[in-house]
Design a protein around this ligand. Sequence first.
Ligand code: ADP
Length: 506
Amino acid sequence: MLTWAIYGMVYLGSALMVYNVYSYIRFAKRLKEKKNWEKERATLNFPIVLLVMFLIGYLVVGIFGQPDLVMSGILFGGSIFVYVIFRLIQRIANRFEENEKLEAELLTAEESGRIKTRFLASVSHEMRTPMNAIIGLATLALKSPSLQPDTADRLTNIRLSAQHMMGLITNVLMMNRVVSNSLTLEEAPFSLSGMLNEVNVIAKNQCEEKGLTYRSSVEGQMDDAVCGDEDKLKQALLNILDNAVKFTPAPGEVTFTAEQTESDEKKRVFRFTIKDTGIGIDREAIPKLFTAFAQEDSADSCGGSGLGLATAKSIAEKMDGDIAVASEKNAGSVFMVTVTLTAAERQEMPEAENHEEVSLEGRRILIVEDIDLNAEIVADLLDLEGAASDWAENGQAAVEKFTENPPGTYDAILMDLRMPVMDGLAATRIIRALDRPDAKTVPILALSANAFEEDVQHSLEAGMNAHLAKPADPDHLYSAIREQIAQRKKIESGREKAPKASGWRL
Ligand code: ADP
């Protein structure tokens, strides 16, 4: 019986050892293929020492000895020990391999994130370019004096739809920034009442068009001089107001209230309440409202991207605030947006200058634009204000036109950014470095379908005075040119030290 046990252990142990050797050979092959496992190889090769030790043991017992219980027990236990250690080492190797795979996947994800951002930037550019033509042409056509009322209505609708489309493009881009955690806020002084006025004008027009009543009010005392990202706050409020109008049938009512709820030395907390008497939202749908692409699944659904609220909430959260909602089906909705802004000193505030007195009549503007239809639209828009224009089809042509004309010929340059031969940034740098009196002072305004924050930054760094995103609203375009002409006058008369830069950013 004892002999059986001894030989059983020796044979079983030998079989296990053969299996260990076989597994080790396979494992060693796998290790050899891993070129970048130099450091790990020493640890992972550790079982070979045990293997060799126990193999020698078996050989000695097999050749010389009569195995006794202790010896065969040690050898059998050793085989099991090597087996267990070997399994552990294999598991460690598997972990290394998994980590390697995850690292590779992470790199791929980061790369695909970068590709997605580049793709979205170029899609945005491509979409904005034709939208620029649609909005520009509709605006020009609407200015025609001999327009039939029904044609004017249709043109207005074309322009409104195109503007709506632009809102969608902006939301998609903004959401991409939110998802990739790259939504950044600007910190610049602005007038809160000025921003609220602009919001009210847009919302009031939308309500009037739909036959709704619009009421807006400010409750209590509110500080006007604040610091923050005016454009993004406006976008968040307009997204919610847009919904209030969209989901309220006539003759309903939309109200917008603003109030300051807290203030200390540095911070101001504001609450904006948007209330409508519209179709309301189902209780179950409320928790999902702020998830990107979420839309209430109902017959009343009015279309849309499902991005407006998600974007608005991300903006509010970035401003140390939030959005709360209360709604009941068929009884209307209330959205409450809170944000924290920094207090600004009065003297920090941008001067609310009115440049209406600076006329565009008789001015000469250089339009740098590679797409002739776009150049034509801008030229026609300038013509409506009595300004003449020259056209350069790329940056190089612009530099040539600017150099071959005497100083002071151009009152401003409208510079596209993406162009063949030479882009707008390079052309601006060359113009600014020229040795002539107007090289530093001629206002250069980027007019581009590149609308990201970094695009604005690049334009300003290249020496431009402002960055307008296409499609530029004609009034906005006129006032930006007027502002820069007035600014130039001040610089030339020594009243202002450096050109003031301004830009619209996403
Ligand atoms: P969308 O572009 O679809 O409007 P939003 O994120 O702005 O995307 O809104 C998501 C959904 O929330 C809407 O489709 C609608 O179902 C619902 N919703 C938002 N605001 C209101 C409102 N004021 N009244 C009724 N439903 C609303």
